[in-house]
Design a protein around this ligand. Structure first.
Ligand code: NDP
Length: 338
C-alpha cells in the first residue's frame, strides 16, 4: 500500500520536498478485525486547507503529524469488510488520506459513507456534491442570503467552491460576477457556468484598476461577496460594496504560504454597515443534508456543472497539491488512483 506522508514542515512556500512516498503492507481480507472495512481508493481530494495543516501553528484544525499519512478526503470501493453495513463493491467516501488503500474502523457512524453512483459520478462526491459544494452552499445561503436581483461576486470563481457559489446564486436570480486567474478560466466561468461576467484579476494588479473593473461589471454595486482569496480582491470589493452587504469569509488562499494580507480600509465595514462572517463548513453539519440534496439534484440533472483537474497516480499528489496553491488546477483538483 503506497502512502504519502508529511516529511517536513514548510518554511514559507510549501514544496514537493515536504512530502515522502512510503510503502506499507496491507492486511489480507481475513485479517480484518470486527467492524473494519478495507477500501481501495479511486480518487483523492486535494484541498487548500491541507496547506494549513502542514504548519505547526494554532488554527481551527490540528496540525498534520509528521511521518504520518497526509489527511484527506477519498472516494473508492470496499474490497473487504467485516462490517454489516458495508459490502464488497460498495462505493464509499471517507477521510482515507493520501494512500492507495485505507483500513477503516467503520463502527462509528459517518466515518465512511456509502454513495449512490448511478446519477452522480463517484468523483463528484469529493467536489460539487461533497465538502466544497456544501461550503459554497453554506456561505452563500446562510451568510450572504442572496435575494433576487442582487449582485454577488465570488473569487477563485472557476474552482471547486467558487464555481458552485456562482451557479447557486444564478439559480436564486442574482447577477453573478466571478474573479479568476486568466482568460481561459474567465471564459469558462461565463460561457460554461453561466456567470454574467468574470474579471481576470491578473490584469488588474492594483486597487484602482481592480476597483474600476468591478465598477464596470457591477453597475449596481455589490450586495454579497464570497471570498476565497483575500488581499487586493477583498479590498476592491469593499470599495464597491453596497450598504448592508454581506461577505462570507471562506478562504484566503493568497496568504496560505505566509504572505501577509492586510485589509486596506476596514473603516468601510462601518461606512457600508457590512456583515463579514468567517465559517468552517465542518462545523455546520446540520445543513449538510439540505445542501447535498440541492447539489446532488443539480449534478444529476446537469444544471450544476463542475470541472475537474485530475492528476494520475499517487506519486503525483504532491506536485498536484502545490499546483492547486498556485492556481494551476482548473476546477476541482483530484488524484486518480485506479
Ligand atoms: P479551488 O478549486 O478554488 O483552487 C484554488 C484556486 O485558488 C486556484 O485555482 C486559484 O485560482 C486560486 N488562487 C490560488 N492562489 C491565489 C492567489 N494568490 N490569488 C488569487 N487566487 C489564487 O479550491 P477550492 O474550491 O477547494 O477552495 C477555494 C477556497 O475555499 C480556498 O480558499 C479554501 O481554503 C476555501 N475553503 C474553505 C472552507 C471552509 O470551510 N471555510 C472549505 C473548503 C474550502 P485562479 O487561477 O483563479 O487564481
Amino acid at each position: 500500500n503506497r502512502q504519502i506522508v508529511l516529511a517536513s514542515r514548510p518554511q514559507g512556500e510549501a514544496g514537493v520536498d515536504n512530502f515522502r512516498l512510503v510503502e506499507t503492507a496491507l492486511p489480507g481480507p481475513d485479517e480484518l478485525a470486527d467492524g473494519q472495512v478495507l477500501v481501495r481508493h479511486h480518487f483523492l481530494s486535494l484541498d487548500p486547507y491541507m496547506r494549513g495543516r502542514m504548519n505547526d501553528s494554532r488554527s481551527y484544525a490540528q496540525p498534520q503529524p509528521l511521518d504520518e499519512v497526509m489527511i484527506g478526503g477519498t472516494a473508492g470501493e470496499v474490497i473487504a469488510s467485516r462490517n454489516p453495513h458495508f459490502a464488497v463493491g460498495d462505493a464509499v467516501v471517507g477521510m482515507g488520506g493520501w494512500q492507495e488503500h485505507a483500513l477503516v474502523d467503520a463502527t462509528q457512524r459517518g466515518v465512511l459513507q456509502k454513495v449512490d453512483t448511478r446519477q452522480v459520478p463517484l468523483s463528484a462526491y469529493l467536489g460539487a456534491v461533497g465538502m466544497p459544494g456544501v461550503t459554497a452552499w453554506y456561505g452563500l445561503v446562510k451568510i450572504i442570503d442572496p435575494q433576487p436581483g442582487q449582485t454577488i461576486t465570488v473569487s477563485a470563481a472557476s474552482g471547486a467552491v467558487g464555481s458552485a457559489v456562482g451557479q447557486l446564486a444564478k439559480a436564486r436570480g442574482c447577477r453573478v460576477v466571478g474573479l479568476a486567474g486568466g482568460a481561459e478560466k474567465c471564459a469558462h466561468v461565463v460561457d460554461e457556468l453561466g456567470f454574467d461576467a468574470c474579471i481576470d484579476y491578473r490584469r488588474h494588479p492594483d486597487l484602482k484598476s481592480m476597483s474600476a473593473a468591478l465598477k464596470a461589471a457591477c453597475p449596481a454595486g455589490i450586495d454579497g461577496h464570497f471570498e476565497n482569496v483575500g488581499g487586493l480582491i477583498l479590498d476592491a470589493v469593499m470599495l464597491r460594496a453596497n450598504a448592508f452587504s454581506r461577505v462570507a469569509m471562506c478562504g484566503m488562499i493568497a496568504g496560505y504560504d505566509g504572505q501577509p494580507l492586510p485589509m486596506a480600509n476596514p473603516a468601510l465595514i462601518l461606512v457600508n454597515r457590512m456583515k463579514i462572517e468567517g465559517f468552517i463548513v465542518s462545523e455546520h453539519m446540520a445543513v449538510w443534508p439540505e445542501a447535498l440534496r440541492e447539489l446532488g439534484a443539480g449534478v444529476a440533472t446537469g444544471t450544476l456543472k463542475y470541472r475537474e483537474s485530475i492528476a494520475q497516480g499517487l506519486e503525483h499528489a504532491p506536485e498536484a497539491f502545490i499546483g492547486l496553491l498556485k492556481g494551476r488546477n482548473f476546477g476541482k483538483q483530484l488524484v486518480k488512483l485506479v
